[in-house]
Design a protein around this ligand. Structure first.
Ligand code: PEP
Ligand code: MN
Length: 262
């Protein structure tokens, strides 16, 4: 069993009566399209836009992100529109620039057990979104989270993004049970990512609703103004109309559960 459950006495970054919605394209592609997406999200009451500047990809032959240029585009879109930004960090050396620009720093599935990175992020004053490794158990994920907490950073959000199973109809299998399991042992908020878990745009709305129904504190959704042109993860990316439909359906559930969308 997971023996090291600490009774942390701090206010979680997302309350249990709140649902944090984070959305955006997989990657920063160019300033114009990112600005269009930021404005669309703000118009629909979404205050956090996620877009990757550094993309740790399984294949070295796929789009790797615009890197520093992408981070600067994020900065400009943030300044222009006022949206908050979420982006994935891949190396300790990037911490100062992320501290300056990014509102929630994502640690991706492939870096969940990069303990040196976690320890360094544990020392800063920024919310960290810690994705579950696709080959990691819930215990391993919680231990990774404790690397952040033990250094003093309590602004942690866990993100269930699916695990490897034998199933081939989806990219990964969304482990929906991890949400209530984690809620039973810790008060760290946990959100779900239907996009990377399924790899399929047609499953985003049903999985998002399932996540809200099991008590997730938020959703991370890939959305793009022209999904078929997206430079990465286009098959799991929804368009603006589908995103609006998702919002409508999710709001029916949040009303039912007395949760506020933030
Ligand atoms: C991502 O969020 O863009 C991503 C690469 O996801 P994951 O780390 O869950 O694979
Ligand atoms: Mn992606």
């Amino acid at each position: 069993m997971y023996e090291k459950v600490k009774n942390y006495n701090f206010k979680p970054f997302i309350g249990d009566n709140e649902l944090l919605l984070i959305a955006g394209p997989c990657a920063v592609e160019d300033e114009d399209n990112l600005t269009i997406t930021a404005k669309f999200l703000l118009e629909n009451g979404i205050h956090y836009m996620r877009a990757g500047a550094y993309k740790p990809r399984t294949s070295p032959y796929t789009f790797q992100g615009l890197e520093e240029k992408g981070l600067n585009i994020l900065k400009r879109v943030k300044e222009k529109t006022g949206i908050k930004v979420v982006s994935e960090i891949v190396d300790i050396s990037q911490i100062p620039s992320y501290e300056a620009i990014v509102d929630i720093i994502q640690v991706g599935a492939r870096n969940m057990q990069n303990f040196a990175l976690l320890k360094a992020l544990g020392k800063i004053n920024k919310p960290i979104l810690l994705k579950r490794g696709f080959g990691s158990t819930i215990h391993e994920w919680l231990y990774a989270c404790e690397y952040l907490l033990n250094e003093g950073n309590h602004q942690v959000i866990l993100c269930e993004r699916g695990i490897k199973t034998f199933e081939t109809m989806t990219r990964n299998t969304l482990d929906i049970s991890s949400v209530p399991i984690i809620k039973g042992i810790t008060k760290i908020p946990v959100i779900i990512d239907p996009s990377h878990s399924s790899g399929r745009s047609d499953l985003i709305i049903p999985l998002a609703k399932a996540g809200v129904a099991v008590g997730a504190n938020g959703l991370l959704i890939e959305v793009h103004n022209h999904p078929h042109l997206a430079l990465s993860d286009k098959d799991e990316t929804i368009d603006f109309d589908t995103f609006k439909e998702l919002l409508k359906q999710v709001k029916m559930l949040t009303d039912l559960y007395n949760k506020e969308v933030i």
